[in-house]
Design a protein around this ligand. Sequence first.
Ligand code: GLN
Length: 221
Amino acid sequence: QISVGVLALQGAFQEHIHMLQSIPKVSSILPVRTAEQLRSIDALIIPGGESTTIALVAEHSGIWENLKEFVRQKPTWGTCAGMILLANEANNTKKGGQKLLGGLDIKVNRNQFGSQIDSFESLLHIPQITSSPEDPFPAVFIRAPTISTINSLEVEILAKLGHNVDETDASTVVAVKQGHLLATSFHPELTNDNRIHKYFVEHAINYIVSGQNGKKEISLK
Ligand code: GLN
C-alpha cells in the first residue's frame, strides 16, 4: 500500500483524486500544495492543465525546487501538462520558454495538434496496460503535447497514436516510461477507465520495493 499525492496547484487534480479512490492499494490520497505534503507521500501525479501556469504557481509558492528533487527520486506520473513538466526539453514555449522539472529524456511538442483539433478521443492499445487490441483504452487528448524526440534508450514507448508501438517513428508517441517516471499526453482521469491509474500504482509499488537495490540514476543530458 502506498500514499499518492496529486499536485493541486492548477488543472485537473480533483479528477485524479477521484480516480485514485477506486484503487485498493492506495492507502491515502493527498492534494499536494506544500513541501511538507510532498515529504509525506510515496508517489506523485502531476495533472493536466496549463504547464506554464503550474510552473509559475509552483515557483511563487516555493515548492518548485522540492518538486524537482521529488521527481528525481520518487515515482511520478505526468499527464498532459504534467508530461511537459517532466520532459527535459519542450518547444512551442513562449519567449525563452518555461521552466521544466525534467527527468524524462524526451523533447515534447506543446500543443502539437494545434487549433484544428483542440481535443479528440482515440482508442489506444497499450500492450502493458490493455490486455488486447479489442479492449483499448479511451484516451482523451486536450491541446495535448506529443513526444518529438526520445534521447535515451532508457525511455520505453508505451503507446503511439494510430500505430503499433514497435514502429520506429517517434512523432506520435503519446505515453512513455523511464525508470520511476511515467508520462501520458492524454487524460486518463477524465474517463471511467482506471487501468492506467492501477498501472502507475503497481509500478510505483514495484519501484519502491525493488528499486532501492538496483536503482539507476536518471541520465540528464
Ligand atoms: N497545452 C497545455 C500546456 O501546454 C496542456 C493541455 C492539457 O494539460 N490538457 O500546458
